[in-house]
Design a protein around this ligand. Structure first.
Ligand SMILES: NC(=O)c1ccc[n+]([C@@H]2O[C@H](COP(=O)([O-])OP(=O)(O)OC[C@H]3O[C@@H](n4cnc5c(N)ncnc54)[C@H](O)[C@@H]3O)[C@@H](O)[C@H]2O)c1
Length: 478
């Protein structure tokens, strides 16, 4: 598929796609597209289910690949439950054989973040278009290798930013595009993770930067992408401070424990610990992780207070954009509630927007990024005058309804045009992670980082037109 079609096939939205009510019949083609998935953990199941159920008329899952033989079996069992043909299963070492034997057109990468680049690059070199979960990757060297491979091969690399598709976040883009608050000069953004979801990053593979890039990359890639896309701008310079002060051995003692321990399953203080996770009590978690430990030794329930953790739990970042806008952002992983508050300070007024998310733990039946009842607040305040409370656009399901709309945009052969240009490729994938990668460098060195020093030959993403930053403005009236 030509790059333009792949990336921009959604350029002038129908309300249908905005609200997730596309007509499948209208766009079905005879030929089913062939997909392979690499990394069949928790997140991959959403893509597998979409291919094998809601999008089975125009998509098929031909192969799966993972380092863990047990999770490959779980994925094949899921296909059987869907009444779909079982995908052929391959060990990670046989990735190239998988491509040669099963000839997928698209490879979906849902492995541990720090390994995405390996599969994206090899799949593009073997002639496949690629689709990756966020973050695209975790370091500037890996990012450069992906940018180079895409140029060298001419294949596509789509990066899945599901938050862009969630109706209340799309609505924010709509208001900003409308010019109601003029052009945005600065943004104040605080993201809060609570002690259920936030703590969980300190138990899993995410707790080591080598795997995840830390929360600045793994988690904040969502948030930096939202700001980049909302503003229609790219980051130029970053300064940041970060620390880990809550999920520490010292905090275990302050909270009344004798010490940190290895993992929850064998913890001698599990009855006293408010962070104890019982994997055996959660059928999905047990099946995906506890039952599969024997294959690779991966422990999903490691102690959140371990000394070997090397990611931050408290981060503050300032960013300057190429259009002159500035961002002040914070991320904390031990908070009293989950969600965010953001304010856009524009030349005609201010847009304030806040979302409270539901409690979520990966590998359980809880809904990731689900929004609490009445949890969305959006308000426009002119420079002088009364605020306008905005009735939020709504959606259902994970990530505020964004996941379902994104799946339609991914899998429909001809998705409706999208005036918000929510489909993203490696350019936007890079622009978001590079803020986090720069912040990680600031944490270590204490000096600001220019994004242009991190990678070369990175083109600007395509964005929808935003209000002029130089045109005339109305004088605020008393
Ligand atoms: N967009 C979102 O909201 C969202 C939500 C959750 C996860 N994710 C992303 O999805 C990806 C997977 O996360 P998850 O929660 O499913 O994790 P997970 O631990 O449940 O699954 C990861 C899978 O990758 C496999 N794997 C690890 N290293 C591999 C390698 N070198 N080669 C092949 N397979 C390998 C593991 O065995 C496991 O099956 C991550 O990149 C994560 O950031 C995105």
């Amino acid at each position: 598929m030509p790059r333009r079609t792949f990336v921009k096939g959604v350029s002038a939205v129908g309300v249908g796609l905005a609200l997730g009510v596309t007509s499948l019949a209208a766009v079905t083609e005879n030929k089913r597209r062939r997909y392979a998935i690499v990394g069949v953990g928790s997140r991959s199941q959403m893509y597998q289910s979409a291919i094998e159920t809601t999008h089975k008329e125009h998509a098929e899952l031909v192969a799966i690949c993972d380092t863990n033989a047990g999770r490959l079996e779980v994925s094949r069992a899921l296909a059987r439950r869907h009444g779909a043909a079982e995908p052929k299963a391959y060990a990670a070492a046989d990735f190239e054989r998988m491509i040669a034997e099963t000839k997928p057109e698209f490879v979906i990468v849902t492995t541990v973040d720090g390994t995405h680049h390996e599969y994206l690059i090899r799949a593009m070199e073997l002639g496949c278009d690629t689709i990756t979960e966020k973050p695209m990757t975790t370091t500037s060297a890996k990012c450069q290798a992906i940018i180079d491979a895409r140029k060298r091969t001419g294949k596509n690399c789509r990066v899945l930013f599901n938050y862009r598709y969630s109706p209340p976040r799309t609505q924010v883009k709509d208001i900003l595009m409308s010019g109601e608050i003029g052009d945005v000069l600065s943004v104040d953004f605080q993201w809060l993770l609570n002690t259920s979801h936030g703590a969980d990053y300190f138990r899993r593979w995410h707790s080591h930067k080598e795997n995840s890039g830390g929360l600045m990359v793994h988690k904040a890639t969502h948030h930096f992408d939202l700001v980049n896309w909302w503003l229609g701008a790219v980051p130029q310079a970053v300064t940041a401070m970060g620390k880990r002060e809550f999920y520490t051995p010292a905090m275990a003692k302050r909270l009344g424990l004798e010490s940190h321990h290895e993992r929850c399953l064998t913890c001698p203080e599990k009855k006293k610990c408010g962070f104890y996770l019982d994997m055996a009590a959660q059928p999905k978690m047990k099946q995906l992780y506890l039952d599969q430990e024997k294959h690779d030794g991966y422990l999903r329930d490691r102690c959140v207070f371990r000394p070997d953790i090397d990611i931050e739990d408290t981060m503050n970042v300032a960013v300057r954009y190429d259009n002159g806008a500035t961002l002040s952002y914070s991320l904390n992983a031990f908070n009293a509630w989950e969600g965010y508050q953001i304010a856009f300070n524009g030349t005609k007024g201010r847009l304030e927007h806040s979302i409270v998310e539901k409690i979520y733990v990966n590998g359980t039946d809880s809904v990731q990024g689900g929004i609490t009842e009445g949890g969305v607040t959006t308000r426009v305040i002119p420079l002088r005058g009364a605020p306008r409370e905005v009735e939020p656009w709504t959606g259902t399901g994970s990530h505020g309804g964004g996941d379902k709309i994104m799946l339609d945009d991914m899998f429909l052969p001809k998705p409706p045009e999208d005036k918000y240009q929510r489909a993203a490729d490696e350019r936007a994938g890079a622009a978001s992670i590079l803020i986090g990668i720069a912040a990680n460098q600031c944490f270590e060195k204490g000096t600001p980082v220019n994004i242009a020093d991190l990678v070369k030959n990175l083109a600007r993403p395509d964005y929808a037109p935003m209000p002029s930053r130089t045109g005339p403005l109305p004088m605020p009236q008393a």
